[in-house]
Design a protein around this ligand. Structure first.
Ligand SMILES: Cc1cc2nc3c(=O)[nH]c(=O)nc-3n(C[C@H](O)[C@H](O)[C@H](O)COP(=O)(O)OP(=O)(O)OC[C@H]3O[C@@H](n4cnc5c(N)ncnc54)[C@H](O)[C@@H]3O)c2cc1C
Length: 311
């Protein structure tokens, strides 16, 4: 599938794509931009990113919070300026694509600094909008944090540094929850880790997770398995009180919500593109129009690309 997507991409790039527009500038978007440049010296490549940063090392963020990585700059793999210089890519950060006009092959880009909107035409469009952390209703306190990008990371670290956080509730015992539990223990704060299933890392066989559970205990994590957080309330001047499904209460200074992600598909939906069974972008090829979404879960990385061309 990789080979097929690449060869179609390559053939088309060489033929008639004058401008490639990319939505999203992190792992998927920035890799696609660099690849597009390698395939065509001539094409104009415009990459839109809603946030301030592109191509950062997401996997390092918990370690910066834990003060294991101390140099924040090391997480910024590529800067907009470096990408402009090295690949001649027109990187537009703090700019959100708010609409796709497939009929006229153009996107509506909104500059989030001054709210100005502009239509930008494309010959090929790549959607790589990623996925956002799930935040259920009622978990909207500013003391309940999620971790997806550099801004989230800075906010969590600032909270720990400036508010002298002593006790943190981590909700969800998957990859990010475990990494955050470790990071917070590195900062000498107590951790209560609540996980709905009867084991951490619910995607693994139970016996495989036993050594992880042991390590959590050795490192002083207060692990609560088989319970959920039903309610979380801010207590004026005293942090948060969470009510668990077993009726117990947990008091903490802040909480990290890491219960999974939801694909960002609203833009694609509004443009009438197909959404797959699992809620992500879908690929299809109809009558000379090729729309492809490439999703790969192995090795814990995901890359959703939607490529539209050839009307
Ligand atoms: C804390 C943490 C640790 C991780 N650790 C690992 C690890 O160790 N190993 C590993 O393989 N993976 C890890 N991952 C997962 C990995 O980071 C993701 O799989 C990867 O970032 C996905 O890249 P992406 O480009 O598809 O999506 P994202 O990183 O979500 O990037 C999509 C970007 O698109 C932007 N965007 C969305 N819609 C629009 C729009 N309409 N206009 C403009 N911009 C838009 C968003 O702002 C976002 O920045 C980790 C993730 C996190 C959060």
């Amino acid at each position: 599938m990789v080979g097929e997507a690449h060869s179609i991409w390559k053939g088309k790039m060489m033929r008639d794509v004058k401008r490639v527009v990319i939505v999203g500038g992190v792992a998927g978007g920035a890799s696609a931009a660099a690849r597009a440049r390698r395939l065509s010296e001539e094409a104009e490549i415009v990459m839109f990113e809603r946030g301030e940063h592109i191509s950062f090392a997401n996997c390092g963020m918990p370690y910066y919070i834990g003060d294991v990585i101390t140099d924040r700059e090391r997480l910024l793999v590529e800067t907009p300026a470096a990408m402009r210089k090295r690949y001649r890519i027109d990187v537009r950060t703090r700019t959100e694509v708010v609409g796709i006009d497939r009929e006229n092959k153009r996107v509506l880009a909104k500059n989030l600094s001054d709210s100005r909107e502009e239509w930008v035409k494309y010959d090929a469009l790549i959607l790589s909008p990623g996925a956002m952390p799930i935040r259920p209703a009622g978990f909207d306190s500013k003391l309940v944090f999620t971790l997806r990008n550099i801004a989230d990371m800075d906010a969590i670290r600032r909270q720990i540094d400036e508010r002298h956080v002593r006790r943190v509730l981590v909700i969800g015992g998957g990859h990010i929850g475990l990494e955050m539990a470790e990071a917070i223990r590195e900062r000498d704060a107590d951790v209560v880790l609540v996980e709905l299933s009867r084991q951490v890392m619910s995607t693994m066989d139970a016996e495989m997770t036993e050594p992880i559970r042991r390590q959590l205990e050795i490192h002083g994590v207060d692990l609560r398995l088989g319970v959920s957080v039903d309610r979380i309330e801010e207590v004026e001047g005293r942090g948060l009180t969470a009510t668990l499904s077993d009726g117990k209460k947990v008091e903490c200074d802040m909480a990290i919500l890491s219960i999974g992600v939801r694909p960002e598909v609203s833009l694609a939906k509004e443009a009438g593109l197909t959404i797959g069974e699992l809620g992500g972008l879908w690929w299809m090829s109809i009558c000379g129009r090729a729309i492809r979404t490439f999703t790969r879960w192995g090795m814990r990385w995901r890359w959703n690309i939607l490529w539209e061309e050839g009307r």
